[in-house]
Design a protein around this ligand. Structure first.
Ligand SMILES: Cc1cc2nc3c(=O)[nH]c(=O)nc-3n(C[C@H](O)[C@H](O)[C@H](O)COP(=O)(O)O)c2cc1C
Length: 269
């Protein structure tokens, strides 16, 4: 499950874990650290399946040592709170996550770093990350001007990285899922594809609008390929693979079933 600013909370994330994926609580959805702690406790009452916590770091360099120290203190608070609650998996995204990764791993937990440029994935590996999520240009959210497509990211990452690779960006159906695995990914991370599931905490009317989105329009093209941090987080083209609002479990089962059918059509079982 992608990190979801706004929606990455226990209700939604626990349902993703219950459906067979790795649900993610996005820590920054809880400016109050006590609420964050309570949310993790709530998560543990809703599922006993694995789940993780995301820490989204700024996408820019922090200007001075005061800013850096403040940010460090803030992120350490989240990490320490999650560790106290026995969270075993953390994802980071954004700039310079090594200091958090180190703290996570010293406590025996697992650290995945998400980035949008292969150079940063290599640097995450050098910093000791246990796995890296690479988001291609097709994905929604923050882009670096040097971001490449999912195809280039993953096939090159497979050649250049030794740690497991999680593919993200534009993946919404069985072909995208299998394609990512064949390109070299060990797993996929789904963002937009989950936006139209029944459990995603937005109104049905909004989901219906997303399902009708013309992904070939100039507007969508601009929002996805020229995203800037002031834009509202628009669905990526992965939304076009969704036809109905489906419960998460049904969506994921269909993804697996369709993948098996594709294998069968190739004469593989
Ligand atoms: C509503 C929404 C909120 C998001 N919030 C965050 C966030 O807070 N931090 C982050 O690292 N990524 C965030 N993302 C990006 C996703 O984690 C992921 O990288 C992206 O959705 C993958 O591409 P896809 O949407 O094509 O699957 C968000 C995505 C969506 C759709």
């Amino acid at each position: 499950m992608a990190a979801f600013g706004g929606w990455g909370k226990a209700e939604f994330a626990s349902q993703f874990s219950e459906s067979g994926g790795l649900g993610i609580i996005a820590a920054l959805n809880f400016p109050d650290i006590n609420e964050f702690k309570e949310e993790i406790q709530k998560m543990k009452t809703l599922t006993n399946k694995p789940f993780g916590v995301n820490l989204s770091l700024p996408h820019h360099r922090l200007n001075n040592s005061h800013e850096k120290n403040q940010a460090k203190k803030r992120y350490f608070k989240y990490v320490n709170t999650a560790l106290e609650e026995n969270v075993g998996i953390f994802t980071t995204s954004g700039y310079k996550a090594k200091f958090i990764g180190k703290r996570i791993q010293e406590s025996g937990a697992i650290w995945f770093h998400k980035c949008v440029v292969l150079k940063h994935a290599i640097s995450a590996q050098e910093s000791g990350a246990d796995a890296v999520t690479l988001v291609g240009l097709e994905g929604t959210g923050f882009k670096n001007p040097l971001t490449q497509t999912t195809l280039i990211n993953i096939t090159m990452a497979k050649k250049l990285l030794d740690i497991p690779i999680i593919a993200a960006g534009g993946i919404g159906d069985a072909r995208g899922f299998l394609g990512a695995l064949i390109m070299g990914a060990d797993a996929v991370c789904l963002g937009t594809a989950l936006m139209s599931t029944r459990e995603c905490p937005v109104s049905e009317d909004i989901k219906k609008k997303w399902l009708e989105l013309d992904i070939f329009s100039e507007n969508v093209h601009k929002k996805i390929y020229k995203y800037n941090t002031k834009s509202f987080m628009a669905p990526s083209t992965a939304i076009a693979h969704q036809i109905h609002i489906l419960p998460l479990k049904e969506y994921l089962s269909k993804l697996i079933r369709d993948s098996e059918l594709i294998f069968e059509s190739f004469g593989l079982t």
